[in-house]
Design a protein around this ligand. Structure first.
Ligand code: B12
Ligand code: SF4
Length: 507
């Protein structure tokens, strides 16, 4: 949405609301729209939140304000939003595919009251046109109100403002350096959506964006962490290395996170450059430790036998991984959680995340399961339920799959595993261990929502031993330099006293 905002013709003002960061119900949203005199509402959504997006769209349209919808889900099933599949209509217009070029046109049409139903990015001959990303618009981060995107819980901000330089305000800023991934994993929408043509921004444009963000963070005494949202940030290793070198040469390093597939992390030089450019966390779609499962979903380029070496290569440079697994693949049987957890325990610690296999519309997986009559909820998104299967697995039941998923999450973030993770990195600086522990607490919340103070309190009590250990060591370290300073001052004083008495005696 930051990108579309910056592509909006200058005479229009754009207000951004992230439904995750600033949730509103239908009435609140409509009141906001009326109060701000908004003339056109654009809604983007992933499949999992589209039912909510439709509810919002219905309420906005009922209030007489036109709605345009776009994004991956709308592109995959546009008839649904337009009510052409027998269901109710939710949008006045839909933008299919990448809307970089169609959005300004949509806004102009809406301003004239001539909104069309479907906007498709095509060239003069009617062929789909993908934005080249060169040139790339400037996103004016300095001018945007990022308050709704501050990741630090409100209760913790005053304390951190006083004691932790800049950590009261932490922003995870999404930056794309390129689009597209040609690998075509069976469950993934990316190859279908962005096409297998990979496009990159120029190094210069990415470096300039980082430099501006760095300056902004320094000025505001806040922390900026960059999320390179490319689906496979090292898909062209040569180009990624050249970008990272340019970032280092320009001094544009900010802590960053990116998604890179395991096969591309064999390259030592690449990992060296990731470290030097301040890459901290790499999201790796491991999916499964079973090569049969990986072959089934067209992801045989993942080699489970090398996962440990890849994670070790990263951990040696203080880079850790968010390791993502899918439960319910065709070769999974009861006990898959335990088998996976055993493997994970033998690797350097990371942040494992687990999801059930999900047939997203328009993916090869969806078509295969549909043909095989295995979709139990063919329109699962309209009755969205977190972590619930929408198809029958082959070698276990749906209930068994849910139980495996639950086991994987429960055990991965148990106080015992959290303590073990800290033990594994016991020789690392305290800063790294505190960060690791904090990330574990937050990542647990993906599956076990931690929305109340009580939930956090329970979590703290359960992990009290690890917290106590870190806190006592941290306080010791914090006081140590102070003690050193005190000792240095005392010895300076005694030297001065001694010198004074020597001078006095000689006089
Ligand atoms: C960043 C990201 C996240 C972030 C989201 C942060 C945020 N709030 O933005 C995080 C890490 C939290 C995340 C989580 C998840 N994600 Co995600 N994520 C992405 C990622 C990598 C980048 C999104 C992005 O900004 N792209 C760049 C912009 C330019 O592209 P775009 O968003 O598609 O927008 C363009 C067009 O779609 C269109 N457009 C989009 N919206 C609108 C709206 C209007 C009005 C118009 C006109 C046009 C328009 O115009 C834009 C410019 O061309 C995409 C993959 C990808 N490369 O897109 C996956 C992706 C969106 N995620 C996906 C999934 C599945 C998830 C999870 C469900 C994973 C999981 N199993 O838990 C979770 C859900 C989290 C939740 N509860 O909200 C899928 C969605 C598939 C689908 N059909 O819904 C994607 C496509 C990845 C994939 N492998 O298939 N994700
Ligand atoms: S490597 Fe990742 S982004 Fe590329 S097709 Fe596979 S899952 Fe999708």
């Amino acid at each position: 949405m930051f990108l579309l905002q910056s592509l909006t013709p200058a005479e229009h003002e754009v207000l951004l609301i992230d439904g995750n960061a600033r949730p509103m119900d239908e009435r609140q949203l409509v009141n906001f729209i009326i109060e701000k005199k908004i003339g056109l509402v654009g809604i983007g959504s992933m499949t999992r939140m589209v039912a909510r997006a439709y509810r919002m769209a219905d309420a906005i349209r009922a209030a007489g304000v036109p709605v345009v919808m776009g994004g991956p889900h709308i592109t995959e099933v546009p008839d649904e939003a337009l009510g052409r599949d027998g269901g109710p209509r939710h949008a006045d217009a839909v933008a299919l595919g990448e809307a970089d070029e169609t959005w300004p046109q949509i806004v102009a049409d809406a301003a004239r009251g001539e909104l069309k139903e479907i906007y498709t990015p095509v060239d003069e001959s009617g062929k789909e046109r993908k934005p080249s990303l060169q040139p790339y618009p400037t996103i004016p981060w300095e001018k945007l109100d990022l308050e709704q995107f501050n990741m630090v819980p409100k209760v913790a901000r005053p304390l951190l403002e006083r004691h932790a330089n800049g950590w009261h305000s932490v922003h995870l800023i999404p930056i794309e350096s390129g689009r597209g991934c040609p690998y075509g994993c069976e469950f993934c929408t990316v190859t279908g959506f962005f096409g297998d043509s990979i496009r990159f921004r120029s190094n210069e444009s990415v470096v300039n964006e980082l430099l501006r963000l760095k300056k902004h963070a320094r000025k505001n005494r806040s922390q900026v962490i960059v999320f390179f949202i490319d689906d496979n940030f090292a898909i062209n290793i040569k180009r990624t290395k050249s970008l990272l070198r340019d970032i280092i040469d320009a001094g544009a390093q900010l802590p960053w996170i990116a998604q890179i597939s395991a096969n591309l992390l064999r390259d030592e030089e690449l990992v060296d450059l990731i470290e030097a450019s301040h890459g901290k966390w790499i999201f790796i779609g491991m999916e499964s430790i079973d090569p049969v499962n990986l072959a089934d979903v067209n992801k045989s380029f993942n080699k489970p036998a090398e996962y440990a070496a890849v994670l070790d290569r990263l951990a040696r440079r203080d880079i850790y991984a968010i390791t993502s697994f899918i439960v319910g693949l065709d070769n999974d049987t009861p006990g898959v959680a335990d088998r996976t957890l055993d493997q994970i325990a033998s690797w350097p610690p990371g942040l494992p995340v687990f999801g059930q296999i999900t047939p997203f519309p328009s993916t090869p997986l969806y078509d295969r399961l549909l043909k095989a009559g295995r979709l139990t909820r063919p329109k699962h998104w309209l009755e969205f339920a977190p972590y619930q299967m929408a198809n029958t697995p082959l070698k276990m039941s749906i209930d068994q799959t849910h139980a495996e998923l639950d086991k994987a999450w429960t055990e991965s973030y148990s106080p015992r595993r959290n303590a073990k993770a800290l033990e594994w990195i016991a020789d690392k600086p305290i800063k790294i261990r505190v960060m690791h522990f904090a990330m574990r607490m937050f990542f647990r919340g993906i599956y076990f929502p931690q929305m109340t103070k009580l939930a956090w309190l329970k979590l703290i009590v359960a992990n009290r031993r690890s917290i106590f250990k870190l806190a006592s060591e941290g306080i010791g370290k914090w006081r140590a330099p102070k003690k050193e300073v005190d000792l240095a001052a005392a010895s300076r004083e005694s030297v001065q006293r001694a010198e004074g008495s020597v001078r006095a005696r000689s006089a």
